[in-house]
Design a protein around this ligand. Structure first.
Ligand code: SF4
Ligand code: SF4
Length: 56
């Protein structure tokens, strides 16, 4: 399972995009989106998110 964003918790800060080594995360309209085809489940984004908005 790829990481996914809990929309209600994401504030679009972009912290996760910088941490993803696979370039799987983009932020648009204050919401992060994860491309599941690119995600390798490294979990870096989970630790990067200040709101706990990413889960695997
Ligand atoms: S788990 Fe890793 S590869 Fe997947 S979106 Fe998060 S930082 Fe990127
Ligand atoms: S770090 Fe968390 S709150 Fe910020 S854009 Fe990513 S998922 Fe959203």
């Amino acid at each position: 399972m790829a990481a996914r964003v809990v929309k209600a918790l994401c504030i679009g800060c972009g912290a996760c995009t910088h941490m993803c080594p696979s370039g799987a995360i983009t932020v648009k309209a204050n919401q992060a989106h994860i491309d599941s085809a690119k995600c390798d489940e490294c979990e870096e984004c989970i630790f990067a998110c200040p709101n706990g908005a990413i889960i695997i």
